[in-house]
Design a protein around this ligand. Structure first.
Ligand SMILES: C[S@@+](CC[C@H](N)C(=O)[O-])C[C@H]1O[C@@H](n2cnc3c(N)ncnc32)[C@H](O)[C@@H]1O
Length: 249
């Protein structure tokens, strides 16, 4: 079963209530707070349909966005048409990406991209590659869905959504041994004929504790790593649903 295949076509509609302007303002505020150097170029991992990529480029940064999903990138490309922005898009798995081929003073990953890396050694190796490619003073900023959210909120629930054109059922199963949540998504999307077409996706997200991530960042070489409660500069107390990490080389 594909992950971010056909879902790409309705992703933006379902994320319609997310305030990406505020989110990108917050990322810029973190850059200003933590970066030891001027930032002109940003590498964005798991950029999806460009919801953060575009506002960051509108702020004047030159952004390389990469994502594993051709369908998500295709939507991002469509949104760039007619806009004169410094954005290049690359399709790659972030585990295999040629990090050294990109010049950036800041690397970002927004909206739980790293939860999709289900093996901690692979995540550690991504952190090392990011560390090696950044210049001294460069920043690494990302967020994850917190352990609290995945274990205590998502895993205990089934979510549904129904409107005129789209409906979904989102069931979740937590595997305590693997520390993963299997998210089984069933979509029904209305076609021109008026009939609804069904498709399914399986998303697997790994639960990471803040301490685990901070340790991995330290092992990769980063200093001054912080785990912050969502959209704040306060250290996370374990109850946020989204935790932001800011690390400096
Ligand atoms: C929740 S979406 C976030 C997209 C975008 N950052 C946003 O804020 O809207 C997660 C994204 O991670 C991407 N992704 C998952 N695993 C990946 C991997 N191994 N390498 C690169 N991208 C990946 C998916 O294709 C998807 O676009």
């Amino acid at each position: 079963m594909d992950c971010y295949g056909e879902f790409a076509n309705i992703y933006d509609e379902l994320m319609g209530d997310v305030d990406y302007e505020m989110w990108s303002d917050y990322i810029e505020a973190l850059i200003n707070e933590f970066s030891g150097i001027d930032v002109e170029n940003i590498l964005e991992l798991a950029c999806g349909t460009g919801n953060i990529t575009i506002p960051m480029a509108q702020k004047g940064y030159s952004v390389t966005g990469m994502d594993i999903s051709e369908d998500m990138l295709c939507i991002a490309k469509g949104k760039l048409e007619g806009k004169r922005l410094e954005i290049s898009l690359v399709q790659s798995d972030m585990k295999d990406f040629e990090y050294d081929a990109v010049r950036a003073q800041c690397v970002i990953c927004a909206c739980d991209g790293f939860n999709y890396i289900t093996d901690e050694n692979s995540l550690g190796s991504i952190f090392e590659k990011v560390y090696n490619m950044l210049p001294k003073g460069g920043t690494f900023i990302f967020d994850i869905s917190s352990s609290h959210k995945l274990k205590n909120i998502i895993s205990q629930s089934t979510f549904t959504h129904v409107d005129e054109d789209t409906a979904y059922i989102w069931e979740n199963y937590y595997d305590e041994d693997l520390k993963t949540v299997d998210m089984e998504l069933t979509f029904f999307v209305r076609e021109n004929s008026g009939l609804y077409r069904r498709f399914d996706e399986l998303h697997v997200q790994r639960v990471y504790e803040n301490e685990e991530i901070l340790k991995m960042l330290q092992s990769a070489g980063f200093k001054c790593s912080k785990a912050l409660s969502e959209f704040s500069f306060e250290e996370d107390n374990g109850m946020s649903e989204r935790v932001f990490f800011a690390a400096v080389k």
